[in-house]
Write a protein that binds this ligand. Sequence first.
Ligand SMILES: Cc1cc2nc3c(=O)[nH]c(=O)nc-3n(C[C@H](O)[C@H](O)[C@H](O)COP(=O)(O)OP(=O)(O)OC[C@H]3O[C@@H](n4cnc5c(N)ncnc54)[C@H](O)[C@@H]3O)c2cc1C
Length: 419
Amino acid sequence: MREIVVIGGGASGLAVALETKKRGRDVLLIEREEDLGGILNQCIHNGFGLEVFEEEYTGPEYANKYIEEFLKLDIDYHLNTTVLKIEKTNNYFEITMSSKARGIEKIKAKAVVISTGSYERSRGSIIMPGERPYGVITAGSAQRYLNIDGYMVGKRVFILGSGDIGLIMARRMFLEGAKVLGVAEIMPYSNGLTRNIVQCLDDFDIPLYLSHTVTDVKSGESNRLESIVIQKVDENFNPIENTAKVFEVDTLLLSIGLIPDIALLDNLEVVVDSLTKSAKINQAYETSVRGLFICGNSLQVHDLVDNVTLESIRAGKCVSDYLEKKLEKNNESIDIIPGKNVGYVTPQVLDFSWSPKELIISFRGKKKMEKTKIKVFQNNELVFEKFKQFIVPAEMETIKLDYSKLNKFDELGISLEEL
Ligand SMILES: Cc1cc2nc3c(=O)[nH]c(=O)nc-3n(C[C@H](O)[C@H](O)[C@H](O)COP(=O)(O)OP(=O)(O)OC[C@H]3O[C@@H](n4cnc5c(N)ncnc54)[C@H](O)[C@@H]3O)c2cc1C
């Protein structure tokens, strides 16, 4: 029986494994790819590590910092191994995994950490009229084909969705010699980080069409994409007549959002939050199933890897505490609720069985706001407030609350108010 099994060897899984190992725990990490590092391996642009290292690294450089330490500490791991199923029996977990080298295996663990990252929304998850030709692919898949496999995915490119992956791919395709004709975004603002709008679009004169969406997709005899139509949309996202623009392109990249990958929770009775589309957790990153923890992009989609690392280190500390029986439960808990203008919040539950000095809450605003007060209420009483010049849905916000100011009975509500 292992003490801890960590599933996923990206930034999150590496941080959990390092933290738990440093605390003297027995840990095994399982990764389905042939390398550690996760999504960072395909992110060859820089912009990683500013918060943790105060220096800018590429994705692989950032990953290597942790991989080197991981190897030095001699942590057990399996590569090329996919976890298929997790079941809970009595007080332990049974994990079924599959690999070419060893076939199907089962192992037992006292605690499991899900660090399986996120997956991209694809064409099927939005309503896009038109034909179904080759050449319409997600931006992350295109990034992988180009940066890892070495295939150029197209010559005349348009991008739907202004999430960070789309913006980064606009620049990448441009630098590889493709003609990038534009980026369409259905919202009246971009969903990417401001620095990515400037460095990936403005610097290369790539137009951004806000409040626009793709309303037709056409192909030729070869069934390869030949053109798309975009149209301006009204406040209800309905296309406006006489605003159609046609672009002759062979590739349409979709950057329309990431969703936490929680497929492995299917066999467990985990309470899921419809807002994060992942498990509800308490402040120890523990799900509603005892001993099952979750962090990184499988908990909530992060814009910065630094936050993934910091969150996963905290989760690693909590898993170690759980095994040292420092996280026993006494059923005193309250809910943390997203209020006005807040899209979601983690953790969703505050458990008073144990009380570290600070409670760290992450959330995202629902819309772009200026001169905003973040307010936290308990029983109509203000327990925290903080001024923020800008709130944008693309950026995750984090606040720290002092436990001593909270009562153990009333839910906590977080809201955003424009001044
Ligand atoms: C395209 C892109 C650009 C980005 N750009 C920036 C940037 O410029 N700056 C920045 O700070 N951040 C950036 N980020 C964000 C940051 O890189 C990610 O948030 C972070 O790396 C996610 O780490 P993770 O470990 O949670 O997930 P991942 O890196 O996705 O790792 C999850 C791992 O789990 C493995 N896995 C999944 N299921 C199983 C299973 N069943 N069995 C075994 N293994 C499994 C996967 O193979 C994967 O390796 C970017 C993200 C993307 C996608």
